[in-house]
Ligand binder design. Structure first.
Ligand SMILES: O=C(O)CCC(=O)C(=O)O
Ligand SMILES: [Fe+2]
Length: 373
């Protein structure tokens, strides 16, 4: 399959109108805003490296602005993102469903009700995932004319967002600037991918049984997650003081966080921050919530062993030794196949996450994975 260059006149598609911004005063996380335009000068870059290092170590989440896409381009991507959901019928969706359990890969649809959330309640969220090499799989008919744009979008995220951030993170721990970009090749074998995600309103019964949790607290398993800010408040991060705080919408900003792979590679210098998705506040209930993401991960053959650096010579609470460290391929397959499908074991939440927290565990490839409620 060959994919044409993006056309100057992209195919017309319906416009996705998101919910209005939340009316409520919510307890928002106070996150740093990283201006990538400052990368243009050496002094700006040095200052950014410090900002990114501190933001990543203190909160684990930050915003990025001036990433290269205009508001119009971002808005168009949200329209594109809705096509696999609103523009494809149920039967065709089934045909392109991902085979997570069999392949450990997310490519294709994750249909509604696939993940178990709590007390027999399953999720109400659809995903459509595409490898940055969009020719790796077949796509539903309505998506095919949009592949040139989606491929450009992945490339933009990989080269103009992910790579600059990885350079700043390497400098932040006094490693050569290309330490992390070298193992996140755009053309290498690996699964960095674009995800479109649509949450649908749930029934009152589902909300009650799950304590309004749509997606349990978790860390992402890749290295960096890029989320395109959208208006429906629902994403919360576990702040350093142990409180869940909301992520505020900043138009055309990106929300960035680290996942487990970066924690392993940095020897715990940067950590995967726990986040979850809950029912939106009353003023935004009854709307769908459309998400656009780029999930980045190291190349498949990368062994997830820490890079020692002058600021981080040893890793004290590491989960496995160098010899036992999995490759990214093994790590992602284990996490993808198991997610939402295994029986979780309840553990003493107060001891791990603080008073009032429920924690459940599962063991994947010998590593304990926690889920927080
Ligand atoms: O929908 C969101 O805002 C976050 C989703 C998320 O955490 C994930 O897909 O890993
Ligand atoms: Fe996540």
């Amino acid at each position: 399959m060959t994919i044409a260059a993006p056309s100057e006149h992209p195919p017309p598609i319906p416009h996705y109108v998101p919910a209005p911004e939340a009316q409520e005063q919510l307890d928002y996380a106070d996150l740093a805003i990283i201006d990538l335009a400052q990368m243009a000068t050496p002094a700006g870059k040095a200052a950014l490296a410090i900002q990114v290092r501190d933001a990543m170590r203190e909160q684990g989440f930050f915003y990025v602005i001036n990433h290269g896409y205009t508001s119009e381009q971002t808005e168009r991507m949200f329209d594109v993102a809705d096509v696999p959901f609103a523009g494809v019928g149920d039967e065709e969706k089934q045909k392109y469903a991902g085979k997570m359990l069999q392949t450990g890969s997310y490519q294709g649809y994750k249909l509604r009700q696939y993940w178990h959330i709590d007390k027999g309640v399953h999720d109400q969220v659809e995903n459509y995932n595409l490898n940055r090499d969009v020719t790796k799989k077949e796509h539903p008919e309505a998506v095919r004319p949009l592949l040139p744009e989606i491929r450009e979008f992945s490339k933009q995220n990989h080269l103009n967002v992910l790579h600059p951030i990885l350079r700043l993170l390497a400098v932040g721990m006094e490693l050569p600037e290309d330490t992390f970009t070298d193992i996140h090749g755009y053309n290498a074998v690996g699964e960095s991918y674009t995800r479109f995600m649509k949450y649908y309103p749930r029934s009152e019964e589902e909300e009650q049984k799950t304590g309004q949790v749509w997606l349990k607290g978790h860390t992402d398993f890749g290295s960096i997650t890029i989320l395109y800010s959208q208006p429906v408040a629902a994403l919360q991060i576990l702040s350093p003081d142990g409180k869940w705080r909301w992520i505020r919408h900043i138009p055309n900003a990106l929300v960035i966080n680290a996942g487990d792979a970066l924690e392993y590679l940095s020897g715990g210098f940067y950590r995967g921050t726990i986040h979850r998705v809950v029912q939106p506040p009353p003023s935004q209930r009854g709307y769908t919530r459309l998400g656009v993401f780029y999930f980045a991960m190291p190349d498949d053959n990368v062994k997830l062993v820490p890079f020692r650096s002058p600021v981080n010579p040893v890793w004290v609470d590491r989960k496995f030794s160098d010899e036992d460290a999995p490759t990214m391929e093994v790590h992602r397959k284990g996490r993808t196949a198991a997610y939402g499908k295994t029986v979780l074991k309840k553990v003493d939440g107060a001891a791990t996450a603080g008073e009032g927290f429920g924690v459940e565990e599962e063991v994947i490839n010998g590593v304990v994975i926690k889920h927080y409620t």
